[in-house]
Write a protein that binds this ligand. Structure first.
Ligand code: SF4
Length: 251
């Protein structure tokens, strides 16, 4: 049974949620449109996971002027790299790939080892800092807003995700905030969207290869990510807001 057969079950108010997602994306494209021929200042951050595939589809089908970027950390699964190549070739919206600074990765691996992320949370966060956070800063440079695939249902820490999050200087737009996993897969099925085959192998959330595993029936959605760590540490920093970051910094 593949992920579509397993998960594609739209909720009763799916049509309303779809219109809501389309509306918030269209509004963002209009609000952050480039002036005098300049590029727009809103961009989608895509990990090529199921939610991001759906959002990119909405951007492309509505012909919205919203660019898309992918962080190619140098540690992605081959399946993800293959999907990235197909996506780049088929997307109407421009897709920009950001990679970490090679020198920084080499030095980190030489100093701490290839499996440093398993040795301590601090080293795992250092790895995420080099491979994800620094490229993210470059990707978001000059942007007023970014679009993410966050959903309330994904984990307890994301239970209050807002459709438009204005708590940070850079606005975060979460068109699928109210969507269920069933809604996501229903959209993939209805529109025959290309998706990461790892989803068919019980990977609901896909990140770097060393730090992602399949989950079992009944396990939490995000339990396949950094599974050796405490629940409270399970974000790479991409979606940690200023308040949480402050809490994290406390002894
Ligand atoms: S998810 Fe794992 S491999 Fe990827 S950047 Fe973070 S620690 Fe490194």
């Amino acid at each position: 049974m593949n992920a579509i057969e397993l998960h594609a079950r739209p909720s009763s108010d799916y049509v309303i949620k779809l219109a809501e997602a389309q509306g918030v994306l269209a509004q963002a494209a209009a609000q952050y449109a480039g002036v005098n021929g300049a590029a727009s200042t809103v961009v989608q951050a895509s990990s090529l996971g199921a939610e991001d595939v759906v959002i990119s589809h909405l951007i492309n089908s509505l012909k919205l002027e919203i660019g898309i970027f992918v962080l190619e950390t140098g540690a992605l699964h081959q399946e993800t790299l293959d999907l990235l190549a197909r996506f780049k070739a088929s997307s109407r919206a421009p897709v920009t790939v950001y990679q970490p600074v090679a020198e920084a990765v080499v030095q980190f691996v030489e100093r701490e080892g290839k499996d440093a992320m398993f040795k301590s949370i601090a080293l795992r966060k250092s790895c995420c800092g080099i491979r994800k956070m620094e490229p993210l800063e470059r990707a978001l440079n000059g942007m007023d807003a970014w679009v993410t695939g966050l959903r309330r249902e994904q984990s307890g820490s994301r239970g209050d995700v807002a459709l438009v999050d204005t708590s940070e200087k850079r606005i975060k737009i979460n068109p699928l905030a109210h969507w269920t996993w069933g809604d996501v897969w229903h959209t993939i099925r209805e529109n025959r969207l290309d998706y990461n085959p790892l989803h068919d192998q019980f990977f609901p959330s896909i990140g770097c290869a060393p730090c992602t595993r399949a989950i079992s029936l009944g396990e939490d959605f995000r339990s396949g990510r950094w599974w050796w760590e405490d629940e409270t540490a399970k974000e790479c920093g991409l979606h940690v807001n200023a308040t949480d970051a402050h809490k994290e910094a406390k002894p």
